[in-house]
Design a protein around this ligand. Structure first.
Ligand code: CUA
Length: 160
């Protein structure tokens, strides 16, 4: 029989307790709080994405797919530092799937008062869905430092 020191037993117990607590927290955030892990949804060529397709000037912004269901294509760009478009409007109750990418460097896309916070990498499209249940203005900002104009990268979603 191996002798285990009392303190060693405490540490083993504490470690097991931490495993249980942290696993529970992950389960609660995933299933009860609706946390989603953002995934790279598609690949695009950052050099040509503005020429045609989903991130061309003609297609950027919000489109209604079905009653209450929308998709929004948003492009982040440095120099000038901004989002295209910088304002979108949807009705209350709209479920919006955001497709966001970067034209140049690493940016972020965080919508205040929602659980949307995406990393934007050039060449990769990030996707997340959110339902806007209350009217108001939801500001979005670049949440990753991207250069001298980082603080100018913001926009808003008007829900009415
Ligand atoms: Cu874009 Cu910070």
């Amino acid at each position: 029989m191996i002798h285990i020191h009392l303190y060693e037993k405490w540490w083993i117990g504490l470690t097991l307790l931490m495993l249980v607590v942290l696993s529970t927290l992950i389960g609660v955030s995933a299933f009860a709080s609706g946390f989603q892990v953002p995934q790279p949804w598609a690949r695009v060529d950052p050099n040509t994405l503005k020429d045609a397709g989903s991130f061309s000037e003609a297609n950027l912004g919000v489109h209604e797919l079905a009653p209450g269901k929308y998709e929004a294509y948003i492009l982040a760009q440095a120099s000038p530092w901004r989002f295209y478009p910088s304002e979108i409007t949807v009705p209350v109750g709209a479920t919006v799937t955001f497709y966001v990418t970067s034209a140049d460097v690493q940016h972020g896309f965080r919508i205040k008062d929602t659980n949307i916070n995406l990393m934007l990498l050039p060449g990769q499209v990030s996707k997340l869905t959110h339902t806007f249940d209350t009217a108001g203005e939801f500001f979005y900002v670049c949440s990753e430092y991207c250069g001298v104009g980082h603080q100018n990268m913001f926009g808003k979603i008007i829900v009415k």
